[in-house]
Structures are given as C-alpha cells and as structure tokens.
Design a protein. Sequence first.
Lengths: 232, 232, 232, 232
Amino acid sequence: MERQARREQVLHHAKHIFARKGYHRTNIADIIARARIARGTFYLYFQNKRDIFEELLAQTLGELRSRIQRLRIGSDQPNPAEQLRANLRRVLDFVLDERELTDILLNHSTGFDREIDEQIVDFYERVTDQIQRSLDLGIEMNLVRRCDTRAVAYCILGGIKEIVGQLSRNRRDDVAVLAEEILDFGLRGVARPELLESVKMEREQSSAPVSHGVAGAEQAAGASFIFRPKLD
Amino acid sequence: MERQARREQVLHHAKHIFARKGYHRTNIADIIARARIARGTFYLYFQNKRDIFEELLAQTLGELRSRIQRLRIGSDQPNPAEQLRANLRRVLDFVLDERELTDILLNHSTGFDREIDEQIVDFYERVTDQIQRSLDLGIEMNLVRRCDTRAVAYCILGGIKEIVGQLSRNRRDDVAVLAEEILDFGLRGVARPELLESVKMEREQSSAPVSHGVAGAEQAAGASFIFRPKLD
Amino acid sequence: MERQARREQVLHHAKHIFARKGYHRTNIADIIARARIARGTFYLYFQNKRDIFEELLAQTLGELRSRIQRLRIGSDQPNPAEQLRANLRRVLDFVLDERELTDILLNHSTGFDREIDEQIVDFYERVTDQIQRSLDLGIEMNLVRRCDTRAVAYCILGGIKEIVGQLSRNRRDDVAVLAEEILDFGLRGVARPELLESVKMEREQSSAPVSHGVAGAEQAAGASFIFRPKLD
Amino acid sequence: MERQARREQVLHHAKHIFARKGYHRTNIADIIARARIARGTFYLYFQNKRDIFEELLAQTLGELRSRIQRLRIGSDQPNPAEQLRANLRRVLDFVLDERELTDILLNHSTGFDREIDEQIVDFYERVTDQIQRSLDLGIEMNLVRRCDTRAVAYCILGGIKEIVGQLSRNRRDDVAVLAEEILDFGLRGVARPELLESVKMEREQSSAPVSHGVAGAEQAAGASFIFRPKLD
DNA sequence: GATGAATGAGTCTTCATTCAT
DNA sequence: GATGAATGAAGACTCATTCAT
C-alpha cells in the first residue's frame, strides 16, 4: 500500500478510537488492533501517540481555519451578517461530519501535553481575536453598541463551542436553523438598539412562532437584518 | 492531626496539583510530596486518585449549585435581571477564589472516568435546564422574544463557561464589570426589541464610555433594565 | 482488663479470622476489627502477625501432643488397641472442638514462614516417629507383620490427617465411629494375618452391617481385637 | 523466541521458584529474574501471578488425572491389584519427576485464592470418589470387607498424599518398593480376612525380610494376591 | 495502658516505544 | 517495509509496624 494511503488508513481508525475513548484512555494497542497493523508498523508512520493525535488535531484546526473567513467589506461582498452566517454554517457542517473527533479536540482539550494544549488555546485565541476585530469594526461602523469587545468575543466563542459540543453528542439535522439561532442571539446581543427598533413592526406582525423550530432556515430572518444596511 | 483537618490539607494541596497539571498528569507522588505526607497516609483518607478528584469535584459542583439560585418571582423579590446578576457575580466570585481548579473541573473535564464525566455533564445539563426555564418564563412574561430556548440556553451557558475559563487563566479584579458585560450581552440577545427601544434615549445621553470598563459595577446599567418592569 | 484476659480475647478472635481466611489473607485490620481493639493495642500483646499465629499454633500443637500418649505396656495397662483408640478419639474430639483452626494449622500449613513451617514439620515428624516406634514394637511382639515401618507410619499419619481435614470441613458427630473405622483400617493394614484369621468366625456370625455406621461406637469391634491378646 | 517456547521457559522457571518459596512468598520479581526476562515480558504471557500458578496446577492435575485410571474388570484385564499398583507407580513416578511442585500444589494448597483452592479440593474429591467406588466394587465382589468406604477412602488418599509429600522432600529411588508398601498396607486394611488367611502359609515360608526394602519390587508379593482370584 | 494516625517498603500492573528478524 | 516479541520506566495500591498523644 502506498505510504500516504496507509497513513490515512491509520489516521482514520485512530480518529474513531480517540473520539470514543479520549486521548488518555486510548492506547496504541487499540489503534493497531482496529487498523489491523502490527505494532512496529504504527511507528513507521508516526513517531508516537502524541504525533498521531497532533496530526488529527492539525487537520481539524486547519479545516476549521479555512472555514472561518475574515469579514470582507465592500459593495461587492455579501453583507456582514451573511458572511457570519456562512462561517457559522460551514463550521457546524464540519462538526457534523466529524462529530466525535471535533468534540474531543475542541471541548475536552486540556491535559494532553503542554504543546498540544497550546495549539488548541492558540487556535481559540485567534478565533477570539477575529471575533473581537469584527466587533470593533462593527462599532466603528455604528452597527455594534459599545461594549467590552474582548469579553463579548469570549461569550460568542463560548456559545458556539457549547453548541458544537452538544451537536457532537446529539446529532441534529437542522444545522441551518441552529446557526440562525446562534446568529440571532449573538447579533442582538451586540447590535445597537436603534437597529433593532426599526424592525420591531415587521417582527410584531409576523405571527409565526419562532421558538423551537423556525419555519425553515432560509426564511429565518432573525436579527441578521441589523447588518444589512449599506456599510460604506 | 485531626482527621478532618488532615483531609482538608491533602485536598488543598491536591487541588493545586490538579489545577496545574490536570488530572492525568497528576500522580499520587506529586500530591503526597506537596502535602508532605507519606504514601500510605494518602490512602488513609482517599481510596485512590479518582476518589480525591471526585471529592474536589463534588465540593465545587455543590458550591456552584448553591450559588446559582432559581429565579423567584414576586413583588417582594428583586427583579429578574437583578437576580441573574447576583447569580452571575456569585459564580464569578467563586471562580476567582478557586481559579485553577474551577477551570480543570469545568472546562477540561471529559475523559477522566465514565462516572466523573457524567457528573459534570449532568451538572451542566441542570444548569442549562434552569437557564431554559428562565427563558421560557421570560417569554410568558413578554420579556423575552420567541426563540429556540434550548439552543439559546446552550449559548448562554457556553458564554459563561468561556468567560470562567478565561478568568481562571488571567486574573481580573473587576468581576462585577465582567458580570455586567455578560449580562448585558445575554439579555440583549434574548430581550424583546421593544424593551430595548424604550431606553435608547437614556443611554445615548449617558456619555460614560461603556466599552472596557464601566465606571463602576454598581452604576453599570447595561441592558438589565429590560427586566425591571413590574412583573405582575 | 487483665493482661492475660485481653490476650486470650485477641487470640480468640484471631483464631476465627485465621480459620476463615488463612494466614496470608488475614490482616491485622481484620483481627483488630473483630477484637474491637486499636491497632496499637494489638502490638502491645503480640510482637507481630507471625507471633500471634505462632502462639495459636503452639497452643494447638501442645494440646495435640498432650492428647497423643505413648503406648504403655504392662498388665495393668489397657491393651494397645485400646490405647490407640483413646489417642485417636482424643485427637478427633479436639479437632471437632477447634475445627477451622486445626485445619489451617495442620493441613494448609506450609509457606508461612520458614520457622513456622519447621514447627509443623517437626510436630508431624515426632508423631510419625511415635507411630513407627509403635509398629516396631508390634513387630517385636509378633502382633505386627514385617513391613517398612517408616513408610507405613506415613500412611497412617496421612490417613489421620486427611480424616481430620474432612472433619474440619464437614462436621460429623459420630467421631467414635470414625475413630473405629480408622483404627480398623490401620490395624488390619499392619496386623499379622494369623491374628485376623482367628476371629474370622466371630465376625462372620455377626450379621450387623458394618459399613456406613457401626451400630454404636462402643460395640464397634473392628479389628482391634488383634491387639487384645496378652502382651507379656 | 517462539511464543510457545517462551511460555514454557517462563513456566519452567516459575515452577522452581514456586516450589522453593511457595506461592505467597514468590513474587513476580523472583520469577522474571530467574527466567531472565523483563517485567513486561512476563505479562505478555500471563495475566498475573495467579494465572501462571493456575496453569502449572492445571498441568499437574491433568497429568495426574491421566495417570490414575479407573479399575477395569474383565478376563482380559490385569487383576485389580495389578491395576492399583500401576496407578500408584505412575503417580509416584510423576511426583518424583516433579517433586517440589507437586508438593506445593498438592499438599500446601489452601489459602491461595478461592478458585484455586476449589480446583484442588475438587481434584481430591474426585480421586476419593474413585477410591470409594473401587472399594464398593470390591465389597460386591467379596474381596473387600464391609466398612465405611468413604472414611476408608479418605484414609487411603491421605496415606498416599503423605507419602507423596515425603517423597517430594526426601528423594527415594525405590518408588516401586514404596508403592508396594502402600498397596500392601491398603489392601490388607480393606481385604476380607479369609483372603489373607489362605496365603498365610506361603508367606510364612518365605524368609525374605520385608521390612525396609523388599528384595525387589517385581517380586514384592505383598498382599496384592488378595485380588488375584478370578473376577467373573 | 490504649489509641489510631502516620509511615514507607514492597508489589503488582500497564503501556509507549524499540529492535532483531 | 512489516512484524510482534521484548523492554523497563512509571505509577498505583497494600499493609505490617511504629510512635506521639
């Protein structure tokens, strides 16, 4: 078998074991048994247990980074809310695909190894930075109310992490709806009140029950309108 | 030494080790070295590593439970926002007192042991239930907008967890302010927009910069006014 | 409590524990819990675990030694068979009284401690010597057939040990009958055939079923008649 | 090294240690030091100390079972005494080959572990059953006198056990002679007296000293003639 | 004398990693 | 490259014995 293919195979099986048992309770014996390779073979492809875990982590973090895109401003860009929605959906979609692993990697993170821990902390730090910058930008643009943007960024990150954790434990198919709820909650939490006011009437008239199941993700208006105004 | 006093001593030292190194990387040798007791002495008070960890966990969860009080409605009760604020402050105060441990216990929890994991999951589940019930109540009372209260409850919980984690890593002294930010963010996220509108003017006139440091926790108005209306 | 009385109390309880769990599986904690004394108190009366066990052993061996009396020859003495019977009954009676302990001490003996092991081996060696001397005497007196008296002595000892072990596990009330069976078996095994022959007629006429329950221990004739002839 | 070969090697060395020091005083360190293997290697082949001991026990009991054959009756079969003699010799030969271990396993048995104890007790129970059945059969065939065949079976078993124990401590090369003595003792102990009587003359005439060294095992007549009569 | 907390040597067992075949 | 037997450091846990109160 090709070197790369064999690597993938082992990674694939290791992923499932790690997901089910966690890093510490997983041992090499488990992995090689599932991957049906010999003990020595494992070490032909990975330096050690930490190494294979780190690779899975790197894959995951890389994938997530690619799915979380920086807000772009410009008349040819989708409005900010739309961009946030897209980010959120891409992230949740990925989590749904790689449920268990994502959970292990993202939510039950610390205590592996100094270096691994740092990678995760660092990842979150960067995401937080990105959220904070978006908030600061929003304030500049008069879309976001004044607040401690760092603290609020943590709140937003935490909310998403928690939803991700739940999603990884209890599959849900309506990821789009879920994304909408988070977005709605977050945007209202930071929006300048005047922006919400303007739409009060619309919402009041809509008699659709919003709780527990928006009619459909596409129609889910939520509060995302608040970022719809021209941005220039 | 008195039985109870010795227990406390060992627990005290174990707490610090667990906090610094995590559950898996902590071994009995570490604990007894720090507590300056013999190996056997440890086993005089605790059955095993899991046991002492579980006790610390139980203490922590118990303390937190006692600090998170159910919302009480009645004309002789503080308004809901005030009650939420009090809960939040009590929790953050505790976290500040028991920084590292809280973090280990609450945020880097899974993968110890099936049973321990379950206790933590269960604790969060109950807190989520409580948040959700509060939201449902808020909807009934026309204070909270219609939404997927379960999902939003997770967002709120996650936000608090993340702040707690940050607080445990980087000490902050202005817990009251932090509590206000979270509260503000959360309340706005769930409040019916009309309730926010009414105070727009007041806020605009107040020239105090809100971001990064409310003048003082006591004056920090935030969005908590939204729950100030008469509840009957 | 008087020193001696306290010692007895502890010995009493230790005996039961040792009997139930054996030497190695018994620990000091078991003993002091049952005797309701403190850990330190135990060491006030006994040097160590080995010590208390050795004392019980010494008691037992001493008691047994006193119950196994040397055959005495003389016209004023009971005939040899009668003396053997008495020895056997005294031993079995004791075993019945101290069932479990006897078993532990006598049958599951080795592997405690070099010195303890030796005491037991030594005890058995002496008993064997005594049996062998009796046999040699019997040969001189033309009561016993020529044989390897050492080997036969071991056979006899072994038979008794086995019966003792059984008796300690499964109580039996008809010790006298049991003694008779052993005696009968042993005496026939060593007697000169001519001595058996002479009584053939008597036995044939007696129609009582001997197997499984001699009518009564007192009447149990067995083969002991073989040593009834005048010994001078 | 081949898996099976290594197993044997470890078993071999463990056997010697167990034999010399007994079960409880033997520790894994002893075994691996003697077998010159690493600690982990031991656990590659055996789960724990109990496991390796149990395997040795199983081997031994299995071998003994195969050497103790049921009495077969028929004109084409050797007479019963001959069959008993063969059984006895096979057992003693084995004991001689595996002296120390046999002793540990068979005579100093209890107190290891509930389960191991039971295996040994069970083995002896079966052997006793077999002896008892032989006696009952002998009674039917008018070869054996009436007696408590259970009690006598224990006596016979005990005798053999004791001889085995002695043999394991003090090597003897004349196993055949020893077997003859045991057989002689046992058969006379259970034979109907008339059967012994008939040969009185023969024996009397034979001037060979029987005690301590029968001229030769082959010629050793003993009392085994008693079962020589036609069985049909 | 009595107590029971404290001790620490002694053992067992696991498991990531190496290396000769 | 592949194998899997071998390694041994690391760590958990027990329990007979001591000793200050």
